[in-house]
Design a protein around this ligand. Structure first.
Ligand code: ARG
Length: 298
């Protein structure tokens, strides 16, 4: 039965008991014509106002786009908007879903920061153009919800992992669980450098996840370890400075990750993954890397 799971005791099932779900086949990216660091809404942005090299950012974004195409995903792009310097981080404004009947639905976000609220209608327009059914959580009950920044699908299974504590409120998961009819295991984030779940939790394939353990409460770590057989831990410095856990593994084989995560990448190679190194330094100045620069869709 779909529900919001908050304790280890409630995980009385294994991954095999959950219905199968297809992997996403498409990806949306937002071209960063107006990307910059203009304000500080996470610790990584501090000291970086006005420091983005825009030409370099565009080159890095293009390379990330090509890397997604090379893994076989169909890439869609839209342009960002003037005055919306964070719109490029399109993991955040929505959470899409393809239900068992094959219908595509999306829950739109309620951005935590006033700076980012105007981005949402532009992303919604794209979903409408693709024929998605769009849902909006009630802002009177739910303070905030930042889409796939905090709500991450378990690859191949009908299950969501939902982070809360900084950008999304726990109440959002009641709404998403009821709307989509899926169980959600909620994880408490405790360190402000790891303000989104996608900064410390990277699903690799059905049985493997890469995490930064210190970003989670003790109970949340227990839930991860209870359900996922292969929990890999990223090196602390690489997780904090190079966003090692903000990698993405769209096909269960290729891990697209910031260049220079030497220890983490070696560990992943030893596990049989193919590492695709990407340069996202300009985006790291804003507190984001590969995972947040796209939205995986169906
Ligand atoms: N500057 C952006 C913000 O703080 C970065 C978002 C990164 N996105 C992510 N999913 N971690 O909102």
């Amino acid at each position: 039965m779909p529900k919001v799971i908050t304790t280890r005791k409630e995980i009385n099932f294994s991954l095999n008991d959950l219905p199968a779900m297809p992997l996403p086949t498409q990806v949306l990216m937002v071209r960063p014509n107006h990307f910059s660091v203009d304000y500080v809404i996470n610790p990584h942005m501090e000291g970086n106002i006005g420091k983005v090299d825009k030409a370099k950012a565009m080159q890095q974004w293009d390379a990330v786009k090509d890397a997604f195409a090379s893994t076989g995903l169909r890439v869609h792009t839209i342009d960002d908007q003037p005055g919306m310097p964070d719109m490029v981080f399109c993991a955040n404004q929505s959470l899409p879903y393809k239900n068992p009947h094959g219908d595509r639905e999306v829950v739109m976000s309620i951005m935590h920061s006033e700076h980012r609220k105007p981005e949402v209608p532009y992303i919604e327009q794209w979903y409408l153009s693709q024929g998605y059914t769009v849902h909006h959580p009630g802002y009177k009950v739910i303070r905030d919800f930042e889409g796939m920044g905090d709500a991450i699908w378990h690859p191949g299974r009908l299950l969501l992992w939902g982070g809360y504590g900084f950008r999304s409120s726990i109440e959002a998961y009641e709404f998403v669980s009821a709307k989509f009819g899926v169980p959600i295991i909620v994880l408490k984030l405790v360190s402000d450098s790891f303000y989104h779940l996608d900064t410390c939790f990277c699903m690799l394939n059905e049985n493997s996840v890469l995490i930064y353990p210190d970003a989670f409460s003790k109970k949340s770590l227990e839930m991860i370890r209870q359900l996922i057989p292969n929990v890999l831990e990223a090196d602390a410095e690489e997780a904090e400075k190079l966003f090692a856990c903000n990698a993405t593994c769209p096909d269960g084989k290729h891990v697209l990750i910031q260049k220079g995560c030497v220890k983490t990448s070696q560990m992943l190679r030893d596990q049989g993954f193919t590492i695709v190194e990407l340069e996202t330094e300009e985006f790291l100045k804003s507190g984001g890397s590969v995972f947040c620069m796209k939205m995986l869709t169906w």
